[in-house]
Design a protein around this ligand. Structure first.
Ligand SMILES: [Zn+2]
Length: 227
């Protein structure tokens, strides 16, 4: 009797569809087709201690493994550790050239396949246009930088670059107060100077809610000091 029920019953036609396509893999990097050469812009952004530079170095290293000619630039004002290295906080360094202005990139990026730009927030407003021109010449341009400053405002040429890029990757730090993902770089000292570079004692990554609380507390302290 059981065999009767176990007999093959053909499925209705509408169930015979091909299996759904698997989900597209999460974007990490688009290595593109190398012939004909096509350029594009990638942006890696986030708060301090979010691993932007590490991600930039990772992509550039892989391009080097692929035997591509790579050049890395950073603004001349960033001389924290070493003049010719892009240095991230975990000491994972890669050679780079400090340049005073974005216009220098056009001259120096001759015969290069992949251009990396670190600390892009400190570059002048000409950087988005320069990156567009480089990409137009068939160069893969990877830009890393802080998307917002210590007050939470869009930083330098970063918003334009994010709008003009093909690919934007936002990386996060961990909030020092609650352990959530952090997107803000809170300045723990009261100095008003904007260019104050990566020292662990003067900045902490915070989530939106902790950042708002910290800013309110700082404002209250400043108010008290004034009266
Ligand atoms: Zn938090």
């Amino acid at each position: 009797m059981r065999a009767k029920f176990a007999k093959f019953v053909p499925l209705p036609k509408w169930l015979h569809r091909p299996p759904a396509k698997p989900f597209r893999k999460m974007f990490l990097e688009h290595t593109g087709s190398r012939s004909p050469r096509k350029g594009w812009i990638e942006v890696i952004c986030g708060s301090m201690f979010s691993g932007k530079t590490e991600e930039l170095i990772r992509r550039l290293r892989r391009a080097e493994f692929a035997k591509q000619r790579v050049e890395i630039f950073k603004p001349g004002t960033d001389t924290r550790y070493h003049d010719t290295d892009v240095v991230s906080h975990d000491k994972n360094a890669i050679r780079s050239t400090p340049v005073p202005s974005s216009s220098n990139l056009m001259l120096l990026a001759n015969d290069i396949e992949v251009v990396g730009v670190d600390e892009a927030q400190f570059f002048d407003d000409g950087l988005p246009e320069v990156c567009t021109q480089l990409a137009g010449q068939g160069i893969r341009v990877i830009v890393a930088g802080l998307d917002t400053d210590f007050q939470g405002r869009p930083f330098g040429p970063m918003p334009q670059l994010m709008a003009m890029a093909e690919f934007v990757t936002k990386v996060h730090a961990i909030c020092m107060r609650c352990g959530d993902l952090a997107q803000h770089s809170h300045r723990t000292n009261a100095s008003k100077e904007l260019v104050l570079l990566g020292e662990t004692d003067s900045y902490e990554p915070l989530c939106r809610s902790c950042f708002n609380k910290a800013r309110a507390a700082q404002a209250a302290l400043l108010n008290q000091a004034r009266h």
